[in-house]
Design a protein around this ligand. Structure first.
Ligand code: SAH
Ligand code: MG
Length: 203
C-alpha cells in the first residue's frame, strides 16, 4: 500500500497533477471516521490519489468518483487496482455536470473539479446528499491567491480567483446550508444542512 501511494506521489509531481495536501486529507479522514461516513461522491478523481487515501482508511467506505480527462481516468483505474481498492472505489468517466447518478445518495460529497464550476457542482449534487451529510470543497485559497491578489499575474488566473470568491459568497448566503471555512492545506470548507445538528469534527 505505501509503495503504491509513493508511486502516485512521484507520478503527480513529475506530471504536474494536482493532488490533495496531507493536512487536507487528514482532516477529511477524521471527518469520515467521526461521522461514520459510508458513501462518498468525489468530483475530480485526477489519478485517484484522494479517493485511495480515503478508502484505505475505512474498509466499509464506498466511493464514486468522476473524472472527465481520459488519460487521468485510465491512470486512476490502474492505481486503484494496484492499491487493491477496486472493491471500494468506482470511477466514472464523464463530465460531472453531465453525469446521471439518479438513485444514489451520499454521506459526503467532495468537490475538487474545475474551480470555475464549483457553484454548478454544488447546485447539482446537493440533491444527492443524505440529510446528515456534508459537502467538502477543496482549494478555496487557490494557493494563497484569493487572499493575495497582487500576486496574480494572468487574466486567466484572475478569472478563477473571482469564481472562487463568488463561490465563497454563494456558500455564505446559502440559507439551506451552514458552511465552515478552514485554513487547512489549500483552504477547504464543510457545508451541512441546517437541520443536521449532530455533525462531528468541525469545531
Ligand atoms: N481529487 C484529486 C485531485 C483532482 S484535480 C486528488 O486530490 O487526488 C481536478 C480534476 O478534476 C482534474 O483531473 C480534472 O480533469 C477533473 N475535472 C475538472 N472538471 C471536471 C468535471 N466537470 N467533471 C469531471 N472531472 C473534472
Ligand atoms: Mg484539490
Amino acid at each position: 500500500m505505501n509503495e503504491c501511494i509513493k508511486e502516485m506521489e512521484h507520478y503527480a509531481e513529475a506530471n504536474n497533477v494536482p493532488i490533495i495536501e496531507k493536512d487536507s486529507i487528514e482532516f477529511i479522514n477524521k471527518y469520515i471516521k467521526l461521522n461514520d461516513v459510508k458513501t462518498v461522491l468525489e468530483i475530480g478523481t485526477a489519478i485517484g490519489y484522494s479517493a485511495i487515501m480515503m478508502a484505505k482508511e475505512k474498509k466499509d467506505l464506498e466511493i464514486v468518483t468522476i473524472e472527465r480527462d481520459d488519460k487521468r481516468y485510465r491512470e486512476a483505474i490502474k492505481n486503484i487496482k494496484q492499491c487493491e481498492l477496486d472493491d471500494q472505489i468506482e470511477v466514472v468517466f464523464n463530465d460531472a455536470l453531465d453525469a446521471n447518478l439518479a438513485g444514489y445518495k451520499f454521506d459526503l460529497i467532495f468537490i475538487d473539479g474545475a474551480k470555475s464550476s464549483y457553484i454548478k457542482y454544488f447546485d447539482k449534487f446537493r440533491y444527492y446528499l443524505n440529510d446528515n451529510g456534508a459537502i467538502i470543497t477543496d482549494n478555496l485559497a487557490f494557493h494563497g491567491l484569493v487572499e493575495n491578489k497582487d500576486l496574480i499575474e494572468s487574466k486567466n488566473v484572475q478569472g478563477l480567483v473571482n469564481k472562487i470568491e463568488n463561490y465563497i459568497e454563494y456558500l455564505k448566503e446559502n440559507e439551506e446550508f451552514i458552511t465552515k471555512f478552514f485554513d487547512i492545506g489549500d483552504g477547504l470548507s464543510v457545508s451541512y444542512k441546517t437541520s443536521n445538528e449532530n455533525i462531528q469534527g468541525i469545531n
